[in-house]
Design a protein around this ligand. Structure first.
Ligand code: SF4
Length: 228
């Protein structure tokens, strides 16, 4: 499999925030979010080929009980089902971080679903060459439902403008009954300052709708850098 990075840190976002976790980041993505914070897995994908045995050996070398399989888009990575099956055999708790545009029946303990709102579409970036494809693919309610039916889940949205919350409400209206405590709204940004600025109005939206505010702990602790 082509892996962009594999490291040990703490989970910075979501219901398991603060839990020491090994991160296995596949490279390659079927979307091109304009604000993607891991462009080395999407806009300019890079990584090294590792066998499944090598990946599992590196994971097990860390003293963690939790592993996060992320990307890029891990659901389009070759051998993703085998990788998750191997992690399950190691007895690890598996979080899958996915934009939920492609479903595969992987071993998973928490499906961290991050459907992309219209704020993600790269109409300007690189002359807009990925915009139409991204726009067509970014929301796949049937795929989101498939994950929700099969696994414990969280729905995590990147919010750029207050009006984005209307899109969240519209989407969850198309899904089976969604527990609002599992809907996390996360401010867009790559610095603590950006996140705090948006966070101040986003907290009010969370209070109004009963959603969970999602801090970005790794940004506060480490800043925007790889391997954290
Ligand atoms: S889905 Fe994730 S990895 Fe892919 S472009 Fe969007 S933010 Fe980047």
């Amino acid at each position: 499999m082509k892996i962009s990075e594999l490291f040990y840190s703490i989970q910075g976002e979501g219901l398991l925030t603060g839990v020491p976790s090994v991160f296995v980041r596949t490279t390659g993505c079927n979307l091109r979010c304009k604000w993607c914070d891991s462009g080395y897995t999407s806009w300019e994908p890079e990584g090294e080929h590792l066998s499944l045995d090598e990946i599992l050996a590196r994971v097990v070398a860390f003293p963690a009980r939790h592993v996060v399989v992320t990307g890029g888009e891990p659901m389009i990575a070759g051998q993703i089902e085998d990788l998750c099956a191997g992690l399950r055999q190691l007895g690890l708790h598996i979080t899958i971080e996915t934009a939920a545009t492609v479903f595969k029946p992987v071993a998973c303990d928490l499906a961290s679903l991050s459907p992309k709102l219209s704020n993600s579409t790269p109409w300007q970036r690189e002359g807009g060459r990925f915009a139409l494809r991204h726009e067509k693919l970014r929301l796949q309610p049937d795929v989101i439902r498939a994950f929700m039916e099969r696994y414990p889940y969280q729905l995590k949205f990147v919010i750029d403008h207050p009006s984005d919350v209307d899109e969240v409400l519209s989407l969850i209206g198309q899904l089976p009954e969604v527990e609002r405590s599992r809907v996390l709204l996360m401010p867009q940004g790559t610095t603590s300052e950006d996140v705090r600025e948006r966070g101040l109005w986003l907290v009010e939206q969370c209070k109004e709708h009963g959603f969970r505010y999602c801090p970005r702990l790794h940004l506060d602790l480490f800043g925007h850098r790889r391997g954290t």
